[in-house]
Design a protein around this ligand. Structure first.
Ligand code: AMP
Length: 560
């Protein structure tokens, strides 16, 4: 460590800790009357939001929640979730955002592992909760969340129904200061194997992440995604990395927020139109689903700006969205990284180039945002040059990365090997600073000694006009080690077979974009591609399905 001159504070100088409450208190200064909207059911002002957060803090404290306790939430995206994102950490407790799309066994595992003491359960999840209730080892009390007229449920330790409890509580709460390094949130991420792993973030980390995210979304002229006059609605579940942290940004800036509850394409389109939503974000498969929904046909999305992250944004989706009036910008992050790491930025040099080149950059993983360090690492731990050519694992450093996995020190040590956070993604970084994700390490296909990126192949296949959705995985092959296999969903009334796909890909081989081994010799035409709990392509499940189809000689396989 360098011997620097450290600040010696005066005895009476205030040390302002970076606490989440500061974000809430900032929004109301800007806009007291701006609205928080929940579906077509509820709307209230920022002044009311502040009161409701205080009421919730009183409810929780009176129910016995203490600093350091873990309070879990099982809800769709709602105003209640937003209130929990503030009230729970603001009383010094830890918010556990439960991934309600996991299996009941996995939810049970995460709740016991996180040592949840209090749970807020949406009535729609009561049957699921009842199925695991007797096996929960640490839960003492529950609160019912519901939109229905029935305000009670058969839950052990039920304190009451959320709205009734809030109505009866005081709208004032004196939120104390405490150490900014206190854990504020936790949630679980599922890998390809083993149990879900718990990541966790402190107040300091969330505040710094919010500041960086706000500056990137609001200040980069080439993308200008979120300003104070925008209207924000997430289409990323709030349990998936705090809806990418954007509710914290929106609240800090006093931006109008719309929460859609359970994702129903018709409701999403209606809210976009009626509430005049201008900014949102989601993973590519969810956007595809929304655009293809019957209720979205003929819908004018003009003026909507969206961040697409969580998986690669391919050119075809970018163009389809553009034709419907939506400006997409790619960003990259992961559960372990809070999540924002990088976001597209079109600099002066790219501005001077062609529109086609700009699109190529808008769909890459982007440039690391302020305070993030990104590098490419070889398997032996040496750092490789950022020359756009050298491929290796993307490794990261930033003030807001999880410091480990909850109660799993060995996995945490692996995550942080060589002092960098390991993403498990193969990438390059080019001269413009752009990260290009080539593949997940586990998804790269090795055929006849050649490496093939499943993401690149998906991008090229998606450009075929008949293709609505595509997933590419490697399947074991006795001769080549692995061969690429493509799973396709076709657009209505269209047809394509393995031979037609080969003809589509041949020009990309001729121009050197891919090698000839990258052309799948077998494809499957399906009506739906399996998705993970957060809406991404479920490649683990796809590989298993293919093995079964091949064994059974399934009729939807097509071979050249
Ligand atoms: P999760 O922890 O579920 O959010 O998943 C994180 C993973 O999603 C990353 O490690 C990447 O493999 C993938 N991912 C996220 N953003 C992008 C992107 N812009 N391009 C390609 N892959 C991405």
């Amino acid at each position: 460590m360098l011997q620097t001159r450290l600040i010696a504070p005066a005895d009476n100088a205030h040390q302002a800790p970076l606490l989440i409450k500061r974000l809430l208190l900032s929004g109301i200064r800007y806009e007291k009357t701006r609205e928080i909207v929940y579906r077509d059911q509820l709307r209230y002002s920022y002044a009311t939001l502040n009161e409701r957060v205080a009421r919730l803090a009183n409810v929780l404290s009176e129910a016995g929640v203490k600093a350091g306790d873990t309070v879990a939430v099982m809800d769709w995206d709602s105003h209640r979730y937003l209130e929990c994102m503030f009230a729970i950490p603001m009383i010094g407790a830890v918010l556990h955002t439960i991934n309600i799309r996991l299996s009941a066994d996995q939810i049970l595992y995460t709740m016991n592992h996180a040592e949840d003491k209090f749970v807020l359960v949406n009535s729609e999840f009561v049957p699921l909760y009842k199925g695991i209730e007797s096996q929960l080892t640490t839960v003492e009390k529950t609160i019912l969340l519901t939109d229905a007229a029935e305000k009670t449920a058969d839950l052990a330790g039920l304190v009451g129904e959320y709205e009734n409890l809030l109505a009866a509580a005081s709208p004032r709460y004196d939120f104390a200061d405490f150490d900014e390094n206190s854990v504020a949130t936790t949630f679980y991420t599922t890998g390809t194997t083993g149990n879900p792993k718990g990541v966790y973030f402190s107040h300091r980390q969330l505040v710094l992440h919010t500041m960086a995210e706000a500056s990137v979304l609001g200040s980069l002229d080439s993308i200008r995604l979120l300003g104070t006059n925008d209207v924000y609605m997430p289409i990323t579940p709030m349990f998936h990395v705090h809806a990418w942290g954007i509710p914290y940004v929106a609240t800090m800036l006093g931006i109008k927020q719309v929460y859609p509850g359970r994702y129903e394409p018709e409701m999403l389109c209606r809210l976009i139109k009626e509430e005049k939503v201008t900014f949102s974000h989601c993973v590519p498969t969810i956007l595809q689903m929304v655009l293809a929904a019957p209720g979205a046909q003929g819908h004018d999305f003009g003026g909507l700006k969206m961040i697409i992250g969580g998986s690669a944004l391919n050119r075809s989706l970018y163009e389809v969205a553009k034709a419907r009036g939506i400006q997409l910008t790619a960003a990259y992050g992961m559960s372990e990284t809070c999540p924002l790491i990088s976001c597209a930025h079109i600099n002066d040099e790219l501005m001077a180039g062609s529109e086609d080149e700009r699109t190529t950059y808008r769909i890459k993983a982007g440039v690391p945002v302020p305070l993030v360090e990104a590098a490419i690492m070889a398997a032996d731990g040496t750092l490789l040059p950022a020359d756009g050519e050298s491929q290796g694992e993307l490794v990261l450093r930033a003030p807001w990365l999880t410091q480990g996995y909850f109660r799993e020190p060995e996995k945490g040590a692996e995550l942080w090997e060589h002092g960098w956070l390991h993403t498990g993604d193969v990438a390059t970084i080019d001269d413009f600073g752009f990260i290009d994700i080539r593949d997940r390490i586990k998804d790269v296909i090795k055929t006849g000694g050649e490496w093939i990126s499943s993401l690149e192949l998906e991008d090229l296949i998606s450009r075929h006009p008949a293709v609505r959705e595509v997933a590419v995985v490697g399947v074991v092959d006795p001769q080549w080690g692995e061969r690429p296999f493509a799973l396709l969903v076709l657009r209505d009334g269209q047809s394509l077979d393995a031979k037609g796909l080969k003809e589509h890909l041949k020009p990309f081989v001729d121009q050197g974009s891919i090698n000839k081994w990258a052309i799948p010799s077998q494809i499957a035409l399906v009506t739906e591609v399996p998705k993970t709990s957060v809406g991404k392509l479920d490649k683990k499940r796809i590989r298993l399905d293919i093995v079964q189809w091949q064994a059974a000689g399934s009729p939807f396989l097509s071979t050249v």
